[in-house]
Design a protein around this ligand. Structure first.
Ligand SMILES: [Fe+2]
Length: 263
């Protein structure tokens, strides 16, 4: 299964980065919500455009809800270009947010499985449209180091282990859309091969069972062997910084970085 796909050329709308930036200037600094999980990042903020109850503030504005019940938040009325983008996605929409990773901040390694299940495997995808980025951003998914370009539309399989480091001096801002695959959205994706169809069927049933078991086992092992692992900053921040040199100007390339952080 593909880890990343650039869907831009198949999408009926082009994404104008300057118009997105114009909309961003309508937002006040105080409107950005800190992520509710401080363990995963302390510099990750968001503006919810579609939330589970249409709320713009509070933890429920960012948490996952029930697909089909999500509502647009009031801020969409003030952001005409983002509203036009939302309108262009003719498919069921889940959580949609403008995500901002502050300078010198990290989103720690994790996978989005179970409730989030951000993968074509689960017919629930998470698409990214980068708006503002810089060359000091390190974005690792599985074994690939990604260099995403502003104004493009990307599918990324977030059931794979991923982390982001913004080591630059300006925020990294993306529009992130959680969407349910329907006929409109499937048209953007290349058809699955027979092997991929089989892989999808296997992963769809095994991942939600195997992954929680793995997490429990891992947590128990950490509890039993604290001396080996109680240095999260050293383990998860220093190593990504080390790997930043390995990211070249190519948009996507196979990379050994994830091996470095998993070792
Ligand atoms: Fe994630």
């Amino acid at each position: 299964m593909q880890t990343i796909l650039d869907l831009t050329d198949r999408f009926p709308l082009r994404f104008d980065v300057e118009r997105m930036k114009d909309d961003l200037r309508r937002l006040e600094d105080g409107e950005w919500l800190a992520h509710y999980d401080k363990q995963i990042s302390n510099g990750w903020t968001a503006i919810p455009l579609v939330s589970q109850d249409g709320s713009l503030a509070g933890p429920d504005a960012q948490r996952l809800g029930t697909c089909g019940r999500y509502k647009r938040t009031p801020v969409v009325d003030r952001l005409p270009y983002f509203r036009a983008i939302l309108d262009a996605f003719d498919c069921p929409q889940g959580r949609v947010r403008i995500s901002r990773l502050l300078p010198h901040s990290i989103i720690r390694p994790h996978r989005d499985i179970c409730g989030e299940a951000a993968s074509v495997v689960f017919d629930q995808v998470r698409l990214h449209i980068p708006i503002i980025t810089n060359h000091q951003v390190v974005f690792i998914v599985g074994r690939q180091s990604l260099r995403l370009r502003p104004g493009r539309l990307y599918y990324i399989d977030f059931t794979k282990r991923h982390w982001v480091l913004n080591d630059g001096n300006e925020p990294r801002v993306h529009l992130i859309l959680d969407l349910t695959l329907n006929d409109f959205l499937r048209e953007l994706f290349p058809p699955l091969t027979r092997t991929e169809q089989l892989q999808k069927a296997v992963l769809r049933w095994t991942l939600p069972v195997v992954w929680p078991l793995f997490r429990v086992t891992f947590a128990l092992s950490q509890h039993l062997m604290p001396a080996q692992s109680l240095n999260p900053r050293g383990a998860e921040v220093a190593r990504p910084l080390d790997t930043a040199e390995g990211v070249n100007s190519g948009e996507i390339r196979q990379d050994h970085s994830s091996r470095a952080i998993e070792s």
